[in-house]
Design a protein around this ligand. Structure first.
Ligand code: DI6
Ligand code: FE
Length: 398
């Protein structure tokens, strides 16, 4: 028997109709873990009903780019940078990704899970239903596997869906300094194979940047992903333009992420391939960057844009997807509707998921009911809009 949630301002996030797919006086019928019906309340099917007080309902939010599993924190580095230390001075003092690598290698699986759950709980409190979680702070076979096992345990410990991305090609660890190719051959490829064999990987990611890996080195990892039948995605054009996004598009990537230095040609290549542009304003803000991603060029090319937190201890120590939406609008001039589509319908696409991100029959009943009326409120506040109720897999109050 369906449960009917009525008296809703229903932002279905369906494309092509009213902004936000908004139905002013709407209702949703839930059966099991699925949406059975959604539409104007006057047309709702019979069933036990619950009055939702005219509140706004959206699909549960989807954070399609996070590093929530990691050891330690980098507040000291934040302080050094703001006291004028350069990125190099910070690195020489043991800061940067390698400091998180050391803390992650030192943490056992239970500790990695416990540290991640603190961040995940903050995300769930803001209406998130699905989280993408990357490896990439182990940079050796054992720790990369331990990170991904901890990531999978998040979904056992909390009512949330987890999608994992292997990010062994995040940085070259100190013990392989100057030996990138050996690191890829001796650690990254074997770790990817072992993680895939254990069913721990949903997609393969990489960091294509001058301080990380070249397009050719990333293509070495993408070739292995293709051999294993895994989709790919890429951190691209964050600090420079190496043509990473266009290369990712050539590989049919689910997404290319960051994109501050993307050019019009890269935007067209992404649009043609259906590669989602994942916009990460938290890293831009934390690093006090000045080059914004080319939002208008992405619009002109017809590329779809998602928004995510990039939650990581170095460049985006944040868990608020609502704040990320606010930053995407305030810093990059995305519209509130683009930002909300970017954390629902389009972030689902960035993860290759078609069963969520919209309020429509047959999709997962992962929903968020807000102490708000206007969908723009979710991007309007510099921080979270109060959540009234999170519905996960059809279970109210989870
Ligand atoms: N880009 C970033 O901003 C993060 N990783 C990446 O590929 C930085 C991660 C860190 O500093 O810990
Ligand atoms: Fe990232």
């Amino acid at each position: 028997m369906a449960m009917i949630l009525r008296n809703l301002r229903l932002a279905t996030m369906q494309d092509g109709g009213a902004p936000y797919g908004l139905i002013d006086r709407g209702a949703v019928a839930i059966e099991g873990d699925r949406i059975a019906w959604a539409g104007p309340e006057a047309e709702a099917p019979a069933g036990d009903s619950l009055d939702m007080g005219g509140r706004l309902m959206t699909p549960a939010l989807i954070d399609c780019h996070t590093h929530v599993v990691h050891g330690g924190q980098r507040a000291r580095e934040f302080e050094m940078r703001l006291n004028g230390a350069s990125y190099e001075e910070v690195a020489r003092a043991g800061g940067g990704i390698v400091s998180t690598v050391a803390a992650t290698r030192a943490a056992d699986e239970d500790s990695l899970l416990a540290q991640a759950l603190r961040r995940v709980d903050q995300m769930l409190a803001e209406g998130v239903g699905t989280i993408e979680v990357k490896s990439g702070y182990g940079l050796d076979i054992d720790t990369e596997l331990r990170m991904l096992r901890a990531a999978h345990r998040i979904a056992q410990a909390r009512p949330v869906q987890v999608v994992t991305s292997f990010l062994g090609a995040h940085a070259t660890p100190p013990e392989y300094k100057g030996r990138d190719a050996a690191y890829l051959d001796e650690q990254v490829i074997p770790a990817l194979r072992a993680a895939h064999a254990e069913g721990l990987v949903d997609a393969v990611d990489g960091f294509c940047e001058g301080i990380a890996f070249s397009p050719a080195q990333i293509e070495r990892v993408f070739a292995e992903a293709r051999r294993l039948g895994l989709p790919v995605k890429l951190h691209a054009e964050q600090l420079s333009n190496l043509g990473g996004a266009a290369m990712a598009a050539r590989h049919g990537a689910l997404s290319a992420d960051h994109l501050e230095y993307l050019d019009a040609e890269g935007a067209r290549a992404m649009a043609a391939a259906g590669t989602v542009a994942v916009i990460l304003p938290g890293a831009f803000y934390t690093l006090r960057e000045t080059q914004a991603p080319p939002i208008q060029a992405l619009r002109d090319a017809g590329a779809q844009m998602a928004v995510a937190t990039d939650c990581n201890p170095g460049t985006a120590p944040m868990t608020s997807l609502c704040l990320a939406m606010n930053m995407a609008c305030t810093l990059f001039r995305m519209t509130p509707e683009e930002a909300l589509a970017g954390t629902t319908r389009i972030s689902a696409k960035a993860l290759g998921l078609s069963d969520r991100g919209r309020i429509a029959p047959g999709l997962r009943a992962d929903l968020a009911v807000w102490e708000a009326e206007d969908p723009a409120e979710l991007a309007y506040r510099a921080g979270p809009t109060p959540l009234h109720q999170r519905i996960f897999g059809g279970n109210l109050g989870r």
